[in-house]
Design a binder for this molecule. Structure first.
Ligand code: C2E
Ligand code: MG
Ligand code: MG
Ligand code: MG
Length: 288
């Protein structure tokens, strides 16, 4: 009808907005009970070493099964948790759960990476929370990696002091979601870090654009020559894998090798460590 075209469209639009806001409100409230109600769990995504042909670490990733909305992505609920000290409580649980799970596996060299929110790092409680998790799980500090974002490092002295203290214990620090800029890499020199995790966007167009490929290769080599372990995340295609191999690159993570795995799958599905072998060089693929 004529009425539906004008005001109706506006109303549908504001209805959609209202539903989105309601969902956010509900999730924000329900998140406080999610832990106690057993709705949160961790899945683990392998990081593979192409030189050793096996999984060397797993990254713990939070999952929330909401009673009404079903699976809610951490990309949606972690920012809500970060609005309050709740993120520190969740972070403490993730540390305890992830270290206990990996300590119980029959793989004495496997490391576990835990994402730590900026707020948790700044809370001043991270060092004691890590010590607590290592103490109760029995996991050695050298098997724990903490993933933090770049901006946290540029914060202040208290933060870098805490990270340096964790490194002295043997814990490794990874910079997550690292971009592609040279200048940013220069900022990292001298900071207390061990691992660089290149964001998936770093692989954009490497298959087709020689300049993107050259940039990718240069940043990987620069990171490695700075003494950092460089992990490329989000590897989805065999061509991307081949290009990275041709660059002499070692550490990768992505759906091509493995999706995030349930705890029960960790004994049978880690690439090269009880699961499928890590794919070796694939003949017939376009070379760099
Ligand atoms: P992140 O730490 O950068 O994690 C990588 C994300 O990329 C994960 O999404 C993973 O499932 C996804 N991914 C892995 N391989 C591929 C691939 O080949 N292609 C594509 N397109 N994506 C891939 P997820 O699990 O949804 O996590 C999203 C973000 O949520 C994480 O990004 C992290 O920032 C945050 N997060 C997850 N778990 C935690 C946690 O326990 N604590 C905190 N503070 N943040 C968390
Ligand atoms: Mg991460
Ligand atoms: Mg990442
Ligand atoms: Mg990310």
């Amino acid at each position: 009808s004529a009425r539906a075209a004008g005001p109706g469209r506006v109303r549908r639009h504001s209805d959609a907005l209202r539903i989105t806001q309601q969902r956010e409100e509900t999730l924000r409230t329900d998140l406080h009970q999610a832990l106690a109600e057993g709705q949160l769990r961790l899945v683990y995504q392998p990081v593979v070493d192409l030189a050793l042909h096996r999984t060397v670490s797993v990254e713990a990733l939070l999952r929330w099964r909401h009673p009404v909305y079903g699976e809610v992505s951490p990309a949606e609920f972690v920012p809500l948790a970060e609005e309050s000290a709740l993120i520190t409580e969740l972070g403490r649980w993730v540390l305890a759960e992830a270290t206990a799970t990996v300590a119980a596996l029959p793989h004495p060299d496997l490391a576990v990476a835990v994402n730590v929110s900026a707020r948790h790092v700044r809370s001043g409680e991270l060092v004691s929370d890590v010590l607590q998790a290592l103490g109760s799980s029995g996991l050695s500090a050298s098997r724990l990696v903490l993933e933090i974002t770049e901006s946290v490092l540029l914060d202040d002295e208290h933060v870098t002091d805490d990270l340096a203290a964790l490194r002295r214990l043997g814990v490794r620090i990874a910079v997550d979601d690292f971009g592609t800029g040279w200048s940013s890499l220069a900022y990292l020199v001298g900071l207390p870090i061990d691992v660089l995790k290149m964001d998936r966007q770093f692989l954009a167009d490497v298959e087709t654009d020689p300049q993107r490929r050259a940039l990718c290769s240069s940043v990987l080599h620069l990171g490695t020559s700075l003494g950092l372990v460089v992990v490329v995340e989000g590897v989805e295609t065999a061509t991307e894998l081949q290009l990275l191999r041709d660059m002499g690159h070692r550490f990768i993570q992505g759906y091509l090798l493995a999706r995030p795995l349930d705890e029960a799958a960790l004994t049978t599905q880690l690439p090269g460590l009880g699961g499928a072998p890590v794919p070796t060089s694939a003949p017939g693929l376009p070379r760099a």
